[in-house]
Write a protein that binds this ligand. Structure first.
Ligand code: HEM
Length: 212
């Protein structure tokens, strides 16, 4: 059976964000290694990087406002009992690191309000509420150092701001490889990708709250 798990605003946000992040990574590399890669001039790479950055900041609010003003925010907090959450995270880790290679079934059973497993709800939250905003804030500060000199000094100077921006760049570069790999471990290789395009996930059993 099919269940509707990714509403349209989430899908628009997601694919705009994914394309944008890849473009930010490529233009970022071009800015950093201008002597090695000559696809764009330094100036053009900076302009393009800034423009895409601002589009993604606006796009971020589509994701944030959608979840803040709908009850779908529950997908990020399906299990408020920390002990249960920890146990479910451990089960999921064991599955990805061991069970999957023996052909064990995925311990997570997807439903409308439990579309994420315990690891996903935790990591997506850290990424969307901490790391992505931090990447945007450091990017905006670096975009106009003069205008934001007070804030840059407050955070420890341009070196600190730039280092945080670059460390997060390294994290997101790893993420754009790891995240699609993990997304390919569904019931079929492309099942989750199709779902992020159509909104519908294919599930085997009737959707309902997961038992522990
Ligand atoms: C680079 C190409 C990307 C591909 C192919 C991809 C693929 C997917 C797929 C298939 C899903 C649905 C299944 C799942 O939840 O695991 C998903 C969800 C998600 N992805 Fe990506 N992704 C990409 C980039 C990104 C980036 C750059 C970010 C954040 C910086 C991101 C953040 C998320 C989040 C937060 C969700 C859950 C969205 C929600 O339902 O609220 N993805 N992605």
């Amino acid at each position: 059976m099919r269940i509707y798990v990714h509403p349209l605003p989430v899908r628009i946000w997601h694919w705009t964000n994914a394309l944008g992040f890849v473009a930010l990574i490529l233009t970022g590399v071009q800015i950093r290694y201008v002597d090695l890669i000559g696809l764009l001039s330094f100036r053009d790479a900076v302009h393009l990087h800034n423009a895409i950055g601002f589009v993604l900041i606006a796009n971020f609010f589509l994701w944030l406002l959608f979840y803040l003003f709908t009850d779908k925010i529950r997908v990020y907090h399906p299990e408020l009992d920390p002990e249960k959450h920890f146990r479910a995270s451990f089960r999921q880790l064991r599955y990805y690191g061991y069970g999957i290679f023996k052909g064990d079934p995925n311990p997570h059973h997807l439903s409308v309000y439990e579309k994420f497993n315990a690891l996903q709800s935790m990591t997506y939250q850290i990424i969307m509420l901490l790391l992505v905003p931090l990447q945007f804030v450091t990017g905006v500060l670096l975009w106009d150092l003069k205008r934001f000199s007070g804030m840059v000094d407050f955070f420890g100077g341009v070196r600190v701001v730039d280092t945080v921006h670059v460390l997060l760049f390294i994290f997101f570069t790893a993420f754009v490889f790891l995240h699609p790999y993990l997304a390919s471990l569904g019931h079929t290789t492309f099942g989750h990708f199709r779902a992020m395009l159509t909104g519908y996930e294919e599930v085997e059993e009737a959707p309902g709250p997961q038992k522990d």
